[in-house]
Write a protein that binds this ligand. Structure first.
Ligand SMILES: Cc1cc2nc3c(=O)[nH]c(=O)nc-3n(C[C@H](O)[C@H](O)[C@H](O)COP(=O)(O)OP(=O)(O)OC[C@H]3O[C@@H](n4cnc5c(N)ncnc54)[C@H](O)[C@@H]3O)c2cc1C
Length: 333
């Protein structure tokens, strides 16, 4: 796959779980549409699953010109070998210039295998995509533990990249948009070595979609003290987040981790309790609409991004907040 001029258009991987499109796929279509329009090229999506024809239309409403649909009972659940084989054959045939995949658990497992099979490069975990004057893709991702933003250009084709969730805006769906759904013959493999025994709930919390997050950092003295933050979060209708050290110490699961090596979040309200505001933590939450920081150290970097800063001990402030909210909500004293 060496001759650059053979490659055209943008392809995105449309991820589905139990027949429902993951929102990151719409975000990829939003950015893909913008890039495709600037290049004057087509935007396509590849979707694998079972009974997905109606679902495929949603991808068109969100910006796709074409949807390559692989529809078969064996594709209902994610099977890495089957998915990879079918996608690789498609990419070899349609030769997209850029192939974008969401950096979800599934995407992070799929993209490197597809890239390796295509003998092309992969830039993982991008937080922005731009075009240079020649129409080449500039892939932007944090490097050196988030202290710099690397601008990466890939020589191999197609350019493959995974993009973090909640980075790009999705288009407003337009049900009058027209596009083509192209049903593809599914390549079946007798035994891929994967068998679904039972389904577990994937996550205990979906922090990336939360609108209110109360996060704890090393200002907490012991694991049980997360109870205090959980009480505040629940009163506000939100969930609990964490900085990385507490996850590393096993105080709380990684699903709750906010930051460079955890989850990117964009809630309406982010309350950081006893978090200093390292670049790696800020990388995951700085786009929150309103940031409230509670910290005993007035020089803590978190205050530089906070909309409201409370200099004080979280063990005094959080109970006061809980008391005040309860009073307003339930009339308690
Ligand atoms: C490759 C790499 C990836 C990383 N990824 C992440 C990531 O995804 N997410 C992440 O969070 N970190 C990440 N880190 C770690 C990061 O560098 C910091 O070490 C971490 O964010 C610090 O966590 P903290 O703010 O909880 O702790 P600290 O920096 O120790 O800050 C604790 C804060 O609590 C305050 N405090 C203490 N007691 C109280 C009290 N009673 N009341 C109020 N405030 C109090 C202190 O003043 C201090 O500001 C990563 C590091 C590396 C090298």
């Amino acid at each position: 796959m060496k001759n650059e001029s053979e490659y055209s258009g943008i392809l995105i991987f449309a991820e589905q779980q139990e027949g429902k499109i993951h929102p990151i796929s719409f975000e990829l279509l939003g950015k893909g549409r913008e890039l495709a329009d600037r290049l004057g090229e087509e935007l396509s999506a590849v979707l694998l699953g079972h009974n997905m024809k109606d679902v495929a239309k949603e991808l068109i409403y969100h910006g796709a010109d074409k949807v390559y649909l692989f529809d078969h009972p064996s594709l209902r659940d994610f099977d890495i070998v089957l998915y990879k084989e079918n996608i690789v054959d498609l990419v070899k045939e349609i030769k997209p210039k850029f192939f974008l995949v969401g950096a979800t658990h599934l995407g992070r497992s799929l993209a490197p295998r597809v890239a390796a099979a295509l003998e092309t490069g992969l830039t993982a975990d991008c937080i922005d995509l731009q075009l240079d004057e020649k129409g080449d893709l500039i892939q932007i991702r944090p490097a050196f533990t988030g202290n710099i933003l690397a601008h990466i250009k890939t020589r191999t084709r197609p350019v493959m990249t995974t993009i973090r969730y909640k980075i790009f805006e999705k288009m407003k769906p337009d049900t009058s948009r027209k596009g083509e759904i192209i049903e593809r013959k599914v390549k079946l493999i007798e035994n891929t070595g994967t068998r679904v025994l039972r389904k577990e709930r994937e996550r205990t919390v979906n922090i990336s979609d939360a609108e209110i997050i109360v996060s704890g950092g090393r200002g907490l003295k012991k694991p049980e003290d997360f109870k205090l933050l959980r009480e505040l979060a629940e009163l506000l209708g939100g969930v609990v987040g964490s900085s990385r050290p507490l996850v590393d110490q096993g105080w709380i699961s990684k699903d709750h981790q906010v930051g460079f090596s955890g989850n990117t979040v964009k809630p309406k309200l982010y309350i950081a309790c006893g978090i200093s505001g390292s670049p790696q933590h800020l990388a995951g939450m700085r786009d929150s609409k309103i940031i409230v920081a509670i910290n005993i150290d007035p020089s803590a970097p978190i205050f530089r991004v906070a909309d409201y800063g409370i200099v004080g001990d979280l063990y005094e402030i959080v109970p006061q907040l809980i008391k005040e909210i309860k009073k307003r909500k339930f009339g308690d004293d």
